[in-house]
Design a protein around this ligand. Structure first.
Ligand code: GLC
Length: 540
């Protein structure tokens, strides 16, 4: 059997660059900070985390009004993150350790400060006018249509200079590029080539199903919904068929550079849209983010369903992708955790790292970082500021990484750009590294076990039926090797049936949150409260 490509076998680690490690002491994370910490991510031994790729949040020149998702130059590095030389060194140092580098590519919109937009807004006949989407209002004070931005409010912003409106799917300072203009398309493909030529291993595509809008800008039909954005059927502003063509063209483009990956953020309430972006598994994105998984509550049956749905819908040549955290979500430690947060974090990690699919970790998840409460006066996230205090923004999941118990959690020598969460004193890399039963060491063990057992990274997935309520169990099988995974979501002991197997099969404990102790009365599977248990089959 040929070995699966790295992006199927491997584990991706998302670095929120502003928050990972600050080497220059300005209070914000930077590229040199990441270089200094690469051994933590993978030094080739089981003592490190052992990830296969890093995905960096945007590091392009930007006003950083939305965490870098507001780019003002796609071909340079923002000086707050470092220089192009730092970037080249980062890529080289990553590759030396077998870590791939995935950049975040924001194709849908730029910053209002991007020179293209500055030109575009300057006059109606500027050559760049058509690089963005400008329209007259329906009547004085009335935007061109009824589209609502993802973050609420009209998706149209009136601009005095020329008396027209421009379209923005997200915030008003993030004007949408006009993908119907072939020059825009060519330019953005050129940006992708620029970074691939510098050696990056692929892209995470921001809002990839938002690139095109209906050509006639027709209104979306209304539907019942708790807030204006959710009270429209987004059939004309999202997920237009032309986006799929772009996905296909980009796939060819990145594959011309070798074994590169495209992983797409598909913004949708209906999971089938994320499947569309996989095509037949070979002709569109390599990986597409499955949002249902992060909408699932702490419930074994709900996760089993969510996984079953994806398993049934991923095209035969395609590959699932799972994550529990990112820079837009409340951290899973807090979201799923409750009273048993530490125990649940371990069960959740075991699930994430043993399902069939590429797992994406988010910095700090591996040490059980919680979502922080950032006081109003220190908020940075424009969404958090807009909705405060009605909705919690995203700063809580973007606070600095906890490296140690020193001041500023070892993140920075200077006061950090967002406050460090107070849990850093007892929950940090240095302390977690030496505690045998820490969350960090559990992640490390899971990753090394995963690496050592092809069934876990490349094998088939099959549910184990007949398990008691609160348990999610499945097997992963590659060739003659099978690993069974039992996850007890409940806070009580329970007993499960053994996996179906040919006569003569014996099972041994590969890994357990509760120790790989001997004396287990296999094949009766007794699970302790919140136990995650991995068994390996041997056939006589
Ligand atoms: C994506 C990013 C988010 C950003 C938005 C606008 O959803 O993940 O952080 O604010 O796009 O670019």
């Amino acid at each position: 059997m040929p070995e699966a490509p790295w992006w199927k076998r491997g584990v991706v680690y998302q670095i929120a660059v502003s928050s990972f490690a600050d080497a220059n002491g300005d209070g914000r994370g930077d590229l040199r900070g990441i270089i200094d910490r690469l051994d933590y991510l993978n030094d080739g031994t089981d003592g490190s985390l052992g990830v296969d790729a890093v995905w960096l949040t945007p590091i392009y020149t930007s006003p950083l009004s939305d965490f870098g998702y507001d780019v003002s130059d796609y071909r340079s590095i923002d000086p707050r993150f470092g220089t192009m030389e730092d970037f080249d060194e980062l890529v080289e140092e990553c590759h030396r350790r077998g870590i791939r580098v995935v950049m975040d590519l924001v194709l849908n919109h730029t910053s209002i400060h991007h020179p293209w937009f500055v030109e575009s807004r300057s006059s109606r006949d500027n050559p760049r006018r058509d690089w963005y989407i400008w329209r007259d209002g329906r009547a004085p004070g009335k935007p061109p249509n009824s589209w609502v931005a993802v973050v609420e409010g009209s998706a149209w912003e009136y601009d005095d200079t020329t008396g027209q409106y421009y379209y923005h799917a997200f915030l008003p300072f993030q004007p949408d590029l006009n993908w119907r203009n072939p020059e825009v398309r060519e330019e953005m493909f050129g940006v992708a080539r620029f970074w691939l030529a510098k050696g990056v291993d692929g892209f995470r595509l921001d809002l990839v199903n938002c690139l095109y809008e209906d050509e006639g800008l027709r209104n979306n039909p209304p539907k019942l919904g708790p807030r204006p954005y959710l009270a429209q059927k987004h059939i004309h502003d999202l997920s237009q068929p032309e986006n799929l063509e772009v996905a296909g063209e980009l796939r060819q483009l990145v594959e011309d550079f070798g074994d590169c990956v495209l992983m797409g953020e598909v913004l949708t309430l209906t999971p089938d849209v994320c499947i569309d972006y996989l095509g037949d598994g070979t002709d569109r994105l390599h990986l597409s983010f499955y949002m249902e998984f992060v909408r699932t509550k702490w419930n074994a049956e709900a996760f089993r369903h969510s996984v079953r749905w994806l398993e049934e819908h991923v095209p035969p040549g395609g590959w699932p992708c799972y994550y529990l955290n990112n820079h837009d979500l409340k951290r899973s430690f807090t979201r799923l955790g409750g009273r048993h947060a530490r125990e649940r974090a371990k069960v959740a990690a075991a699930m994430l790292l043993t399902l069939r699919g590429t797992p994406i970790l988010y910095y700090g998840e591996e040490i059980g970082m919680p979502s922080s409460r950032v006081p109003r006066g220190l908020l940075d996230d424009p969404v958090g500021l807009k909705f405060w205090p009605l909705r919690v923004g995203r700063d809580g999941s973007r606070t600095p990484m906890h490296w140690n118990a020193a001041e500023n959690a070892g993140f920075s020598a200077w006061e950090s750009w967002l406050p460090v969460d107070s849990s850093y004193r007892t929950r940090n890399v240095e302390q977690e590294a030496v505690r045998a039963d820490s969350i960090l060491n559990w992640y490390r063990r899971l990753l090394s076990t995963r690496r050592a057992h092809p069934a876990l990274h490349s094998g088939d997935y099959r549910e184990i039926g007949g398990v008691p309520k609160g348990v999610f169990a499945y097997t992963r099988r590659a060739g003659s090797k099978t690993v069974a995974v039992y996850l007890n979501f409940a806070a009580r002991n329970t007993e499960c049936p053994p996996p179906k197997a040919p006569p003569g099969t014996t099972w041994r404990v590969l890994l357990s949150t509760h120790g790989t102790e001997d004396g287990r009365d296999l094949p009766r599977i007794q699970l302790a409260a919140h136990e995650a248990l991995l068994l390996e089959a041997t056939y006589s």
